[in-house]
Ligand binder design. Structure first.
Ligand code: PEP
Ligand code: MN
Length: 342
């Protein structure tokens, strides 16, 4: 399912221009932000309630369903009054249980679909907590939107995807529709296609893509919006893959490879266990001579050597570093336990 439309409603003409161009695409829901949660004051903060009338015009003239963000009870009241079809809760709101509860109370019993964006910080419990507050208010048409997570350090992304978080959410709640918002993850229009494809490969149910008739002139999020033309190209070139396939050869081959993977996993754990028993011997030795658990230079030598070696095995430095940091932490825990044994 594709949700598309501008970051912000700007003028009625801009909305209708976008909507008419999207009408003959595979977009089924037209989005536009009416109230904009801006990180710092002084930027365009949305047109306000007048934009809800423009959304009604879009629905009436194009037949597209409409969606907007609500962040307090007053927004909810106005959005319901103007019969917006789908409401979403933004990342700066889902982070706050007081606001989510206020929204849940205002929305109680509605049969409108409500989509919950992940909170700005990478906290699955907080995300699920927001969904639960709505569910407890008897709202049953629920879904979630993955829009990435804020980080202090600069990365390729505006908001780091941290794919493991929505994957875990999907594991726990396989029936909850999951959307990707590649616009806010990427922060750049050239990343949108690959982010959408990745989401589809992870069995997401749909996407919300910011689409503007003249993206570079947009009043908010200009760098990440695409034209309706580009949106059609993107959605047209995405490959939707099946969960499974029929056919004996396919399934036998898959089974064969999976058996091999299971066997490697067993070996990995065995080897790590063996490594850990040597680590423990070293722990006893250090304890006997009253030597500290951590020798920083040794640890940096190991890490550097493994990152170099990993490269030859086609493993990224990021991956090798993560694995060895985890192994090293576990080793320290083992040695600490030995040091502190009476
Ligand atoms: C938006 O969808 O325009 C928006 C403000 O998103 P988020 O809440 O993900 O920042
Ligand atoms: Mn935006």
């Amino acid at each position: 399912m594709v949700i598309a439309g501008p970051c912000s409603a700007e003028t009625e003409a801009q909305m209708l221009d976008a909507a008419f161009q999207l009408k003959d695409s595979n977009t089924s829901i037209f989005r536009a932000g009416i109230w904009k949660p801006r990180t710092r004051p002084g930027n365009f903060e949305g047109v306000g309630a007048i934009g809800l009338k423009w959304l009604q015009t879009v629905k009436c003239e194009t037949g597209l369903q409409t969606a907007t963000e609500v962040a307090n009870a007053n927004h909810v009241e106005l959005a319901l009054e103007h019969d917006v079809d789908v409401l979403w809760i933004g990342a700066r709101t889902s982070v706050n249980p007081f606001m989510v509860q206020e929204l849940a109370n205002a929305l109680a019993g509605t049969d409108k679909p409500i989509l919950v964006k992940n909170p700005v910080n990478p906290d699955l419990a907080l995300w699920l907590g927001a969904v639960e507050r709505l569910h407890k208010a008897n709202i049953h048409k629920l879904g979630v939107i993955h829009r990435g997570f804020s980080t202090y350090d600069k990365s390729n992304y505006r908001n780091k995807p941290e794919w493991q978080i929505p994957i875990e959410l999907q594991n726990q709640f396989p029936d909850l529709p999951l959307f990707v918002d590649p616009s806010h993850i990427g922060g750049r229009r050239d990343l949108i296609l690959e982010l959408c494809q990745k989401a589809l490969d992870l069995n997401y149910d749909g996407m919300m893509i910011e689409t503007h008739p003249t993206p570079e002139k947009a009043w908010s999020d200009a760098e990440q919006q695409v034209t309706p033309e580009r949106l059609k190209e993107i959605t047209g070139s995405l490959i939707v893959r099946d969960q499974t396939a029929e056919g004996e050869v396919f399934n036998n081959t898959l089974e064969k490879y999976r058996t091999q993977i299971d066997s490697f996993d067993d070996q990995l754990l065995q080897v790590i266990g063996q490594r850990m028993s040597i680590v423990e011997e070293i722990g006893f030795l250090k304890k006997s001579q009253n030597v500290a658990v951590l020798q920083n230079s040794r640890w940096h030598d190991i890490l550097k050597k493994m990152v170099d070696q990993g490269e030859k095995e086609n493993l990224s430095a990021e991956f090798v570093t993560k694995i060895f940091q985890a192994i090293h932490q576990e080793s320290i825990n083992h040695q600490e336990r030995i040091m502190n044994q009476q």
